[in-house]
Ligand binder design. Structure first.
Ligand SMILES: NC(=O)c1ccc[n+]([C@@H]2O[C@H](COP(=O)([O-])OP(=O)(O)OC[C@H]3O[C@@H](n4cnc5c(N)ncnc54)[C@H](OP(=O)(O)O)[C@@H]3O)[C@@H](O)[C@H]2O)c1
Length: 285
């Protein structure tokens, strides 16, 4: 089984991680509802295969996702970065931004406890709460940094303007927006991150590419490489920009191994361009 190549990126100037991370969301809760030992085995396998960046959130199964990671991986390898998020509450099917500073503060403290950490390497504001001044939301994260409880601050689902506003209060090390082969709505945010050395963490990196289109370069390129569509989607993201850190999520050990092997795929310039065209907005008529 192939492990991750040595290719790394550095978050916030001092946190080197392998370019392919792991999204832990699907290890707990619906829809997979894995048994505990399987979830633990998948988390451990990810690290064994060279993953050094794992993404979770306080809201994934009411904190159980963070507890699972601690159960599986604590004491952590020194090179492992567990990034978590706060500020987005999941109630049933509904997700609600909740950015009151006292709430964010409490959630960061609870994440520290559940993850069994004395500081969080990367704490991401899961959503900006439109009902709370941005300065208050980022301000409390800045205070957590000053207290040594959070090393780097990241954002999720933001516009360039919001990113610029947040940067007035503290350095922003990462942005986690939805971005994949077919959904490039955050292209401007990615380009801003490239210009400013901010790590861009695309969520939903593969799922849309699993649906075959017609005619479809993804399948043709996958066939030529002896790869799967999921692997081609990940390879395209890795080729797209050196600041991109995909976090594919899976509840399957086979898919985990397949996704990690994608880091070793090489796309020719022509293949890269054909894939890039899949998600280009249509030319105005
Ligand atoms: N910031 C945010 O707002 C936000 C929102 C959503 C998610 N996230 C983060 O982003 C991570 C990734 O997002 P995601 O899990 O929604 O999207 P994803 O990684 O694009 O897709 C996961 C889906 O693809 C399937 N899959 C994975 N690898 C596969 C493979 N090799 N072959 C076939 N199917 C495969 C999974 O099913 P199987 O389980 O069967 O493999 C699952 O249904 C999450 O774990 C979470 O950490 C962040």
């Amino acid at each position: 089984m192939r492990t991750l190549e040595a290719s790394t990126l550095t978050i916030g100037g001092d946190l080197p991680v392998h370019r392919l991370g792991f999204g832990a969301m699907r290890l707990t809760g619906e829809p997979a509802r894995l048994d505990r030992s399987t979830s633990i085995a998948i988390a451990r396998r990810a690290v064994e295969l060279g993953v050094t960046f794992i993404d979770t959130a306080d809201s994934y199964d009411f904190g159980d996702n963070e507890e699972l990671l601690a159960e599986a991986l604590h004491p952590y390898r020194p090179d492992l970065v567990i990034a978590t998020k706060g500020g987005h509450v999941n109630i049933g099917r509904e997700w609600i931004p909740l950015g009151r500073p006292e709430y964010l503060r409490q959630q960061a403290e609870l994440s520290l406890r559940r993850l069994r950490l004395d500081h969080i390497d990367l704490y991401q504001l899961h959503r900006i709460d439109p009902t709370v001044p941005l300065a208050d939301q980022i301000g409390v994260l800045r205070r957590l940094q000053d207290q040594g409880k959070v090393r780097h601050v990241g954002l999720s689902e933001v516009t360039v303007q919001q990113l610029i506003e947040a940067e007035k209060i503290t350095a922003i090390a990462s942005v986690q927006n939805r971005y994949n082969l077919t959904d490039r709505a955050s292209e401007d945010v990615l380009q801003y991150c490239e210009r400013h050395g901010i790590t861009f963490i695309p969520w939903l990196p593969i799922a849309p590419a699993l649906r075959a289109g017609d005619p479809d370069p993804v399948t043709a390129i996958a066939d030529r490489l002896g790869a799967t569509r999921a692997q081609v989607a990940l390879a395209w993201l890795l080729h797209r920009s050196p600041v991109i850190l995909p976090i594919p999520g899976t509840a399957s050990r086979t898919h985990l191994e397949e996704n990690i092997a994608a880091a070793g795929l090489s796309l020719s310039p022509d293949e890269y361009a054909r894939l890039a065209a899949v998600g280009k907005p249509a030319d105005p008529a």
